[in-house]
Design a protein around this ligand. Sequence first.
Ligand SMILES: [Zn+2]
Length: 77
Amino acid sequence: MKHTKRCPKCGSTDLICFVNNGFPNDSKIGIMTGVTIFSAVRVNRYICCDCTYTEEWVDQSSIDTLKQSKKGRPINE
Ligand SMILES: [Zn+2]
């Protein structure tokens, strides 16, 4: 959705994006990587207005923070 600008479920192009899940940009209420909100990583949500499918993306710059968090669990290990 983020890259194709098209819904992967129904093919619609009627999409909207809520940056930081609609919270103010200076707040961090996405994924908690530590014990305080200061450790949170921002999440952007893409929504299909036709079938209501939603998809979430984090910024590439957040990946190191996410990988270093003890709360995350690698799937392929
Ligand atoms: Zn759709």
